[in-house]
Design a binder for this molecule. Structure first.
Ligand SMILES: [Zn+2]
Ligand SMILES: [Zn+2]
Length: 330
């Protein structure tokens, strides 16, 4: 299993996939039932491998690692702290798998690594001049507390009847549709809030922290300024408008927390023995880190970039257009 089967390296050593990116969903395929089925159930597809994995993780967390909703009527250090520690442990174990596999034990060397440079450890833009430590600090001292604060607040609101409630038994179809649409809703929310973060003032005071990682690693995914974390997790406010169940509250916030880190791994694929592999990095988003003013979307709604004229498909023409746009902005 070799990167040369899927792409090539340019003269600077950057890995480039053979096929140009297409906006998702592919517009010409939206009436093709065969393609729709393949996009949803194929591998890699909408469900496999990651959305199914994250859904199973969320279910396990709900059944085994979430306090009873009735105990959450009052803020109490015990259950609030439990939620912070539980989220910190999950993100630590999950992200450590990618970090150890790819960057510490280097089990596939630079195979499928977008940028051959290692993580930085002498750059003054990072705390302690070290990208890995900087990323850990923003993750555990900002991302996880704000992720947990949203979860705690929304559980508390639900327990006290401030949120319209449903249950699976009486509204199974609504429940399942909402569950399946959460990744899409998260992608759309991400696109528009990300554009907001690229406005001059918000970029300067907040979003530039995330963009220090122009060669990201797994821990860069949640490495953001607290203002960006508040905006990033704010999609959960949708539940003030529509009826929901506490599991769906958990799932939305968990989904926002768990998705970025593999996507920022810096590797397009993770390779196991016997030529088995899993998709890993998000090339679309990697191009955003490389060229800034393009590909604000990620996930399953990248057609938004296409519609708004900021889609970078990986070609030289797209790079030129992006650089022109950046010059005009300055
Ligand atoms: Zn990013
Ligand atoms: Zn950005």
């Amino acid at each position: 299993m070799n990167e040369k089967d899927f792409g090539y390296r340019d003269e600077k050593g950057f890995w480039i996939p053979n096929e140009l990116l297409l906006p998702k969903p592919v517009l010409k395929d939206i009436f093709n039932l065969n393609k729709i089925f393949k996009n949803i159930f194929g591998f890699p597809g909408y469900l496999f491998p990651y959305n199914i994995l994250w859904a199973v993780m969320a279910l396990l967390i709900w059944f085994y690692f979430t306090p009873d909703i009735n105990t959450m009527k009052n803020f109490n250090l015990d259950w609030c702290l439990f939620i912070y520690v539980r989220n910190a442990v999950i993100i630590f174990l999950y992200t450590s798998f990618f970090h150890l596999y790819l960057y510490v034990f280097r089990l596939q060397d630079n195979n499928f690594k977008y940028n051959l440079s290692p993580l930085e450890n002498r750059s003054s833009k990072f705390i302690f001049k070290n990208q890995f430590i900087d990323n850990l600090i923003w993750t555990f001292l900002s991302a996880v507390p704000i992720w947990s604060a949203y979860e705690i607040t929304f559980f508390w609101m639900f327990a006290n009847g401030y949120i319209m409630s449903i249950n699976f038994g009486s509204n199974p179809i609504y429940f399942i549709i909402l569950f399946l649409l959460i990744p899409i809703f998260h992608s759309i929310h991400f696109y528009f809030t990300h554009r907001l973060l690229h406005t001059k003032i918000l970029y300067k005071i907040a979003h530039k922290i995330h963009h220090h990682n122009n060669n990201p690693g797994p821990w860069s995914g949640l490495s953001m300024h607290p203002i960006e974390h508040i905006i990033y997790f704010s999609g959960v406010f949708i539940y003030l408008l529509i009826p929901t169940h506490p599991f769906l509250i958990l799932y939305y916030i968990f989904y926002a927390g768990i998705t970025p880190n593999a996507g920022h791994s810096g590797y397009d694929k993770i390779i196991f023995k016997n030529r088995k592999w899993l998709p890993c990095g998000d090339y679309m988003h990697y191009l955003h880190h490389k060229y800034f003013e393009c590909n604000y979307s990620s996930g399953n709604t990248t057609f938004l970039d296409y519609i708004f004229g900021t889609f970078h498909d990986g070609s030289d023409i797209s790079t030129k257009k992006t650089l022109d746009r950046m010059r005009k902005k300055v």
